[in-house]
Design a protein around this ligand. Structure first.
Ligand SMILES: [Zn+2]
Length: 462
């Protein structure tokens, strides 16, 4: 532990200028965030003309009729336009919020709120909770029209929306209520650790965050998800039988097999698994079950179990722990830095003793460019994992010595194509746009890879 603190201390020394130099951080954040928005808009401009193509890529030629392609292209075009304008709108909003010192104003408002209940500024944690929820509430209001438009105009126009206005409103209220019920104690504990551990908070906070994530893995499906969706046991029948047999052969610790009423809100579809290492749950969207045959859904599950087999979720979680650790290791330099708060318009008396939550929030904003780069790298890792899971499904028959699985690759290809057609997903994708945004390879890339795996396999066996 002492070694860790010595190393962390060295990092702080390098960053000690933050606590004294009057750097115009606000200006930097403005420049960074505009750069990212302009870059994302540029990507959309690169992608947009591809929505005017009238022929699908070679690999998809047999699956996309002219009619489906036209629908998919129209949907893509509408989504791209929406992304372009909403991106700029949000940026103008964020930028104005910064420019007019909204964060400092909200911190003060948080103080006024708790004062009404008889608590003074010495109750930093209480003021922080009031601050965070006021900030979230006020800053989410201007983007509400965007999500209304996206759900009731854009998705509706293309036949995907199943949400009604009352459902939309109750969802929103539930999200707020749950966010507060779970978020407030989390925030309180998070800030308490800073107060309690002082500058030695890094390992304690890491331990806390990891425990919190593990608890959420258990609590989310049991406590939170039922507020939004109904999970019912998958009925007896061919599909259940196939999946149980597959899980059994792979020694996947399947505890429950559910069908989820994803179609309540949208007709986009999928399947996933979750749970602790010794007890896993598989969830399949009712929409996937309706649109694909049992042997194709089985292939989708074979892909999902590939993720489990290669421990992809665990690896992703490990990467995200390293990410959190790095952020926390750099943070102390910004925690006791009055010039940072001053540059974001906080009054002298607040800046002199920076509240942890404020320092953390501003620090996050300063990190925006690093975060954008990190998310691009994470997407690359995730695409690699998808490719691995596809390959796993293809090679299942060799692994399990089961001839009935010989055509798993083709079945997966058919299921993916059916999903793609149903979701009217984009068929032509610009490489840079894809590298930045996509956590999955494109369908064309996946089908090509699936074919190549199959060909390789056949070569090996003959
Ligand atoms: Zn996957």
């Amino acid at each position: 532990m002492d070694l860790l603190h010595a190393q962390l201390g060295r990092v702080q020394q390098h960053l000690s200028f933050v606590a004294v130099d009057p750097i115009d951080w606000k200006f930097y954040v403005q420049v960074f965030s505009w750069t990212i928005t302009i870059f994302e808009s540029y990507l959309l401009i690169r992608q947009y003309p591809l929505y005017s193509k009238t022929k699908p890529p070679e690999a998809l030629a047999n699956h996309f009729t002219d009619d489906v392609l036209e629908k998919s292209q129209k949907y893509g075009k509408d989504k791209a336009k929406y992304a372009f304008f909403s991106g700029i709108y949000k940026q103008v909003l964020d930028s104005s919020i910064l420019h007019f010192g909204f964060y400092a104003w909200t911190w003060n408002a948080g103080g006024t709120i708790i004062a009404k209940f008889g608590y003074g500024p010495e109750y930093e944690i209480l003021q922080s909770i009031a601050f965070v929820f006021t900030l979230l509430l006020l800053s989410s209001l201007p983007t509400l029209p965007l999500s209304l438009y996206s759900t009731f105009v854009l998705e509706e126009r293309h036949g995907f929306n199943k949400t009604t206005l009352p459902l939309f409103v109750t969802d929103l209220l539930k999200q707020w209520a749950l966010g507060f019920v779970f978020g407030a104690p989390f925030l309180a504990a998070f800030l308490y650790i800073f107060q309690w551990a002082g500058d030695r908070f890094v390992p304690w906070l890491m331990a806390f965050m990891i425990s919190f994530q593990l608890i959420m893995v258990v609590i989310y499906p049991l406590v939170i998800q039922p507020f939004f969706n109904k999970l019912s046991p998958l009925p007896e029948g061919e599909l259940r039988h196939r999946i149980e047999a597959l899980a059994g052969k792979l020694r996947f610790p399947l505890k429950h097999l559910y069908e989820i009423d994803g179609s309540k809100r949208s007709s986009h579809s999928n399947a996933y698994f979750f749970g602790l290492p010794w007890s896993k749950h598989i969830v399949i969207f009712d929409t996937l079950i309706q649109q694909s045959k049992p042997d194709e859904v089985e292939a989708v599950l074979a892909h999902e179990l590939g993720h489990w087999f290669f421990a992809h979720p665990t690896k992703m979680m490990a990467i995200s722990q390293i990410h959190i650790f790095t952020i926390l290791a750099l943070f102390p330099a910004f925690l006791h830095a009055p010039p940072v708060l001053r540059s974001f318009d906080f009054p002298k008396e607040v800046a002199a003793q920076p509240p942890t939550i404020v320092a953390f929030l501003l620090f996050q904003m300063i990190l925006t460019p690093v975060e954008a780069f990190t998310s691009m790298c994470m997407n690359a890792v995730s695409r690699h994992y998808e490719w691995q899971a596809d390959r796993f499904a293809c090679e299942l028959q060799d692994r399990l010595q089961d001839e009935k699985m010989e055509d798993m690759g083709e079945r997966l290809g058919r299921a993916l194509t059916a999903l793609h057609v149903k979701n009217l997903s984009t068929v032509w994708v610009d490489w840079l746009y894809s590298a930045y945004h996509h956590s999955h390879p494109t369908l064309t890339e996946r089908l090509k890879a699936l074919e190549a795996f199959q060909a390789q396999r056949k070569k090996k066996t003959t």
